[in-house]
Design a protein around this ligand. Structure first.
Ligand code: ZN
Length: 134
């Protein structure tokens, strides 16, 4: 299940973006865009997210998955159809002579954060660090 690795890198980039923006707070909601040709299974992605996110982002972070359509160009009938699921069949005529285009993205679209004021920001749990052993 490569979705675990994808979610891990998503969570990493969430932390990176918050750090870059200087935002401190609890992440409430993430919106991601998954194209049908990205090879990512949204259900597996969500499952991996639910397993991994509490430790990384805290509890109750909502994940909203948007799917973008890909285009299916048919060589038999000339139709250009939008597809939201991976298919190699023309929706208009049923031909397999199709070329797919777009829809390969896996994007972090937006991050919603309950911002904390830096002045009364007392971390509940200081990051625990293993002492280095020589
Ligand atoms: Zn067709």
């Amino acid at each position: 299940m490569h979705e675990v690795a994808l979610v891990e890198s998503l969570l990493e980039s969430v932390h990176e973006q918050l750090r870059d923006a200087g935002v401190v707070g609890r992440v409430r909601r993430l919106d991601v865009v998954i194209g049908p040709l990205s090879g990512v299974v949204p259900e597996a992605f969500r499952f991996a997210f639910e397993v991994l996110s509490p430790e990384s982002l805290g509890p109750n972070c909502e994940l909203v998955i948007h799917t973008t359509p890909a285009r299916c160009h048919c060589h038999s009938c000339g139709a250009v159809s939008q597809i939201v699921e991976l298919t190699y069949v023309c929706p208009a005529c049923g031909s397999h002579e199709v070329r797919l285009e777009g829809g390969r993205e896996l994007l972090l679209q937006s991050i919603e954060v309950d911002e904390e004021q830096p002045c009364d920001d007392v971390p509940a749990e200081p990051p625990s660090q293993e002492p280095n052993r020589l």
